[in-house]
Write a protein that binds this ligand. Structure first.
Ligand code: PXP
Length: 245
């Protein structure tokens, strides 16, 4: 097993720190340059309704300046749809969004929201944007993604990241079964949320998973070891789990 597992670096929290003081430092663009040099495969940003981290101007800069593929995380709203269609990022990952949450707390109910999601997925796909649905690792949600004709699902690893003991093993099995089910049905599985140096290995070892999107830990660790080193260490752990020399 040695298919290259892509690492999408979520730079939202560089903007969180910038916004804490209302100025322009630290500039998320500098983080993008480091991701490019350190071997990241893509940039992920979540433009939230409340613009608490990445803002519209950041997205303008990213789209104009980087060659790396941009994965825009977005709520299924008309406002975000219009922004995605204007910028045409490489990928759009539809996430559930609640104003009061600290981070994306659970997966999208792709099954329950079929009618709401169908026109959004169709319009993004028609514009050439690779649509991903951020879902819990469960068969019902994958079947819903199939009905919606989404080419990608991103499996929410939050529960795995917060589990221990037998619960951890059960969560890992759920993720691995979901990745296999998605791949069998022609959907490319990605994964993300709450991944760290300590817990990334077993997820990176799931052979069908093609991409991991990691943010908070990488940016937090960058305070201690620098962003390039943080990305390179994550890359090394992902490669080790896939037996890449
Ligand atoms: N994937 C998705 C869809 C997310 O919403 C997030 C958090 O913004 C991540 C990955 C990254 O999670 P974390 O910041 O915990 O690494």
């Amino acid at each position: 097993m040695n298919q290259h597992l892509r690492l999408g670096v979520n730079i939202d929290h560089v903007a969180t720190i910038r916004n804490a003081r209302g100025g322009d430092h630290p500039d998320p663009w500098r983080a993008v340059e480091i991701v490019e040099q350190a071997g990241g495969d893509g940039i992920t940003v979540h433009l939230r309704e409340d613009r608490r981290h990445i803002r519209d101007a950041d997205l303008d800069t990213l789209m104009a300046r980087t060659q790396l593929p941009i994965n825009l995380e977005m709520a299924a709203t008309q406002e975000m749809l219009a922004i995605a269609l204007k910028h045409k990022p490489h990928a759009a990952c539809i996430v559930p969004e609640r104003r009061a949450e600290r981070t994306t707390e659970g997966g999208l109910d792709a099954a329950g929201l079929h009618n709401e999601l169908a026109p959004i997925v169709a319009q993004l796909s028609d514009a050439g944007i690779r649509v991903s649905l951020f879902i819990e690792p469960d068969a019902r949600q994958i079947e819903a993604a199939m009905r919606l004709k989404a080419p990608v699902v991103e499996l929410h690893t939050g529960k795995y990241a917060h589990s221990t003991g037998p619960e951890l093993a059960a969560e890992l099995k759920r993720l691995s079964d979901a990745a296999a089910l998605a791949a069998r049905n022609g959907i490319e599985p990605h994964a993300g949320h709450g991944l760290t140096f300590e817990n990334v290995g077993p997820i990176a070892a799931i052979p069908q998973i093609a991409e991991l999107n990691i943010g908070h830990f990488l940016i937090g660790e960058a305070i201690f070891i620098g962003l390039a080193a943080s990305i390179q260490e994550m890359r090394a752990r992902m490669d080790a789990a896939r037996d890449v020399a």
